[in-house]
Design a protein around this ligand. Sequence first.
Ligand SMILES: [Fe+2]
Length: 274
Amino acid sequence: MRRPLPVKTEAETTETSPAAAPVVALAPAAFAADAEIERALDAVDFDGVTREFKSQDAFVYMEKFLPRSVTEQLIAAARAVTPSVNRNYLPGHKQGGSVSRHTLDELAPFVAELYRSPALIGFLERLAGEKLLPSPQEDPHAYALYYYTRPGDHIGWHYDTSYYEGRRYTLLLGVVDQSSCKLEYRLHTRNPGVAQVDGAVAYPPGALVFFDGDKLHHRITPLGDNEERISLTFEYVTDPRMGTWQRFISNMKDAVAYFGFRQVFRQIFGRTKR
Ligand SMILES: [Fe+2]
């Protein structure tokens, strides 16, 4: 039987000072993520994938996308930051762990390098049919790891609502998946007159899911006993401006449902002081 990961609850995280956490930063990757993505794209049928994305109302799934070398780097990153996982439990909606971009910046810079890969962004822009930009520095969700490590870990039906002036696209990459979890989705829920289409996919290590967050209604089904699942999410936007009230709502959601108040608001107040 696999041992569960030593993740912390919100309370445990709050009680532990950052200095006490036995976390060691990963060494920079020995290769350029961008070159690896370029290589992966050689095998992609761009026209076919783009057609599928558009026909599915801005949603596409590719079972094999990342080269094994990149997936291995992501697995190493996920293991390295495990002591920093923040667990949350929102009855009826969500249970699981997360690590924000701020922690990844400190401890696993390979993830940030992959997030900014021009080859990756160029591919996603081709799918979306519009210019995509990285999320602002203060957004803890720009890139984040999700950990499903305890039975029942899940997230209920939701949209990845954009609080930005423009659209928000979500890229999900499979990192670890020894689970029965599925990404279940509903297409066309906001398209009057278009029949809803339901589907479900597992996304194993190296798989890709890309969608417009305001269009795809989706959830992750609960983790079973002795299972484990780690997923990476990247968020790109078409206009990084955000109103003050929307920023407040977004930060509160991230603090309560994902990363904890310390991670979210320490960054904001730290930034204000500089
Ligand atoms: Fe989501």
